[in-house]
Design a protein around this ligand. Structure first.
Ligand code: IFM
Length: 480
């Protein structure tokens, strides 16, 4: 079995291959001040009527209140409390204290004019140990959040799993254990019964690839493993969890449901046939390993061949699994951050300046490429962009403002690419900035600020960054 070179992880990975100044972004400066005074888009790029503008977060990254109201421990509590695992030893114990400040945050969302808010539900708040009777206080929090959104005219979009597996399930084998997929479906059913009448869009598993790569190949995310053979079995069980949750949704839920996949365009680094071949296989590990089972009911053969017949993935696939995994979904959520350039030897080389996150090359055209590619290869499934953004080392100025001009440039350039994709016929219905608030960026802790809204972690005061004011104008004008 030729085990693949560990893939450059998505997320907060230290990378030896990048080297620009932290915070530098392509095409900086202040080229777009937002829509004109009459409300028309400044760059002349109006979006279709009804286009939905949103922002996204996840539970462990913002909620805090780690020990309140019956919440159990998750693998991220364990991981972040393990010395050396996160930058500065940061944890999500308090984070942005959203659990207590959600009403203030809802008002911020209303003031920004958001149409949609994507958040995640913390499994250990709903089932402390991942099984059994629900914790009503946990469900009540999400009920208050969802009702608060609806009262403000904002559509809730709920992710069921954004990486906070109950620790008790990890102790029983975690995602290496097939049983966890069924436990996830049971949890999903509880949530559908509690909130299904008021959440129009559900997302199942957030970025299964990040769990596989960062959690099980690279080990810099929870649960901190470095075991390639386990990693791809975990991929299968995450897919199974997705499929079983879709089935539970059809039985109990209302609204629509789909997966949330982080996708990366993989380009050959040069013109050689070897680089083209390597880029194709790389694409298999980055994209098709996640898209194909869900949308076509097959694992990509080149990846299966590369892993070999003895791999735990190959051995873990049982009759009927792929039918479960490929149950029709209503939409596909795409998350785009960075491209990869693949050399003949199957490694990657950087081509563009990076953001504060060394793994993120800034390449807006990649957004166009990935959206049009998904549409072309997988048919006319409705798409939503549920994450796109960048970190920067934002500071609160003496005048009380946060000048994150680089974020405006980034968002404007990516939205121009989104606009081109829509004009080319991609059935994209919405776009969500990652992230609404500065938050706990996993192993990078609080050093990377990803929010439209600055959070002063000492006081928990929120300050709209310049990009938030800009985004409000974009939403109002329905265009850039
Ligand atoms: O913060 C993460 C998020 O949790 C998942 N997608 C990528 C973001 C930035 O790394």
């Amino acid at each position: 079995m030729s085990m693949p070179t560990p893939r450059p992880p998505h997320g907060t990975a230290p990378s030896a291959t990048t080297g620009t100044t932290p915070g530098a972004v392509a095409g900086g400066g202040n080229r777009s001040a937002g829509p004109r005074a009459d409300g028309t888009p400044a760059d002349g790029l109006p979006f279709p009527p009804g286009f939905v503008w949103g922002a996204a977060t996840s539970a462990y990254q913002i909620e805090g209140a780690a020990k309140e109201d019956g919440r159990g421990e998750s693998i991220w509590d364990t991981f972040s409390h393990t010395p050396g695992r996160t930058r500065n030893g940061d944890t999500g114990d308090v984070a942005a204290d959203h659990y207590h400040r959600y009403a203030e945050d809802l008002d911020l969302m209303r003031d920004l004019g958001l149409h949609s808010y994507r958040f995640s539900i913390s499994w250990p708040r709903v089932q402390a140990d991942g099984t059994g009777a629900p914790n009503q206080r946990g469900l009540d929090f999400y009920r208050r959040l969802v009702d608060g959104l609806r009262e403000r005219g904002i559509a809730p979009m709920a992710t069921l799993y954004h990486w906070d597996l109950p620790q008790a399930l990890q102790d029983g084998g975690g995602w290496e254990s097939r049983d966890v997929a069924q436990r996830f479906a049971d949890y999903a059913e509880i949530v559908f019964r509690a909130l299904g009448d008021r959440v129009p869009v559900w997302l199942t598993v957030n970025e299964p690839k990040t769990v596989v790569q960062n959690g099980y190949l690279e080990g810099h995310h929870a649960p901190g493993r470095q075991d390639p053979d386990a990693a791809y079995l975990v991929a299968h069980h995450l897919h199974l969890a997705h499929g079983l949750a879709v089935a539970a949704h059809r039985a109990t839920g209302t609204g629509r449901i789909g997966p949330a996949l982080n996708l990366h365009p993989c380009y050959p680094a040069d013109d050689s046939p070897e680089a083209a071949r390597a880029a194709r296989l790389y694409d298999g590990y980055e994209n098709r390993l996640y898209l194909d089972p869900i949308l076509t009911g097959r694992y990509p053969q080149d990846v299966l061949d590369d892993l070999g017949p003895g791999s735990r993935l190959a051995r873990g696939i049982r009759d009927g699994d792929l039918a479960t995994i490929s149950a029709p979904v209503d939409l596909l959520a795409v998350q785009y951050y960075t491209p990869y350039y693949v050399t003949a030897d199957g490694t990657t080389t950087p081509r563009w300046p990076t953001s504060q996150a060394p793994w993120q090359q800034i390449y807006p055209d990649g957004m166009y490429d990935i959206l049009t590619r998904v549409s072309r290869d997988y048919g006319p499934i409705p798409l939503t962009v549920t994450e796109n953004g960048l970190p920067s080392p934002d500071t609160l100025g003496a005048d009380g403002t946060v000048d994150d001009t680089g974020r405006i440039t980034f968002l404007r350039d990516h939205l121009a690419a989104v606009h081109r994709a829509v004009a080319a016929g991609v059935p994209l219905e919405s776009y969500h900035v990652w992230s609404l608030l500065d938050n706990f960026e996993w192993d990078a802790g609080y050093d990377e600020r990803w929010g439209l809204v600055y959070v002063d972690y000492q006081t928990q005061r929120r300050v709209l960054k310049r990009s938030a004011h800009w985004y409000r104008q974009v939403i109002a004008a329905n265009g850039i």
